[in-house]
Design a protein around this ligand. Sequence first.
Ligand SMILES: [Zn+2]
Length: 233
Amino acid sequence: MAIAAELHALQEIDSAIDVARATLAAVEEQLGETEELTAARAAVLEHREVLRELHESQRDIDWQVDEARSHLTAVEGKLYGGTVRNPKELAGLNDDASMLKGQLRRREDELLNHMVKVEEEEAALREAEAALKEVEGRWQGEQSDRLGQKQRLEAELAELEKSRQAQAGSIDGRVLELYDVLRDRRQGKAVVKVERGMCQGCRISLPMSVLQKTRSGFDVVQCVSCERILYVS
Ligand SMILES: [Zn+2]
């Protein structure tokens, strides 16, 4: 094969390697946990924590209700027990009893309100858990798709790198160096086609002498303007 054709073939492989590497990097970036999954998991933990706190404060309110009830029972015991006869004292106990009844009622109302809150939070937790399960299921599916894609790309890259080695092996070292420099400098396009007498890299019309040399294909001929290696298919 003429040198320009060899270099062009090498560039085709290198471009395919570039594409495969970029795709692989994008796939790898999508591996691991998504923001959606992290958020769904955090929501469940948050609801669990709120519920735990609610259960804790419910124990306090329960305790306060019990306390108010036994206090009232004690006062009523004295009031109706017959041991206290002094009217002033009885009147005082009566006042205490009605005050304690009011207190007990308020505590019981508080407990009821609290139990409603607990129920609401339990429902919110169940909802968050269901959402997490759904997100996790979807995520696992996507993960295994991506892992499959990653493996395919890695195999493809290994093949491409093998062909690159074989292709580069047939090209002179100094020419390869020039190719590498140009590929670096010209966004991966070191070798360009000549069509209708024009360099397809920079669209300049090439001098006849350059065109003739390019057509022979046995020398490395560079564009007079963009310096890319010229190739006639
Ligand atoms: Zn050019």
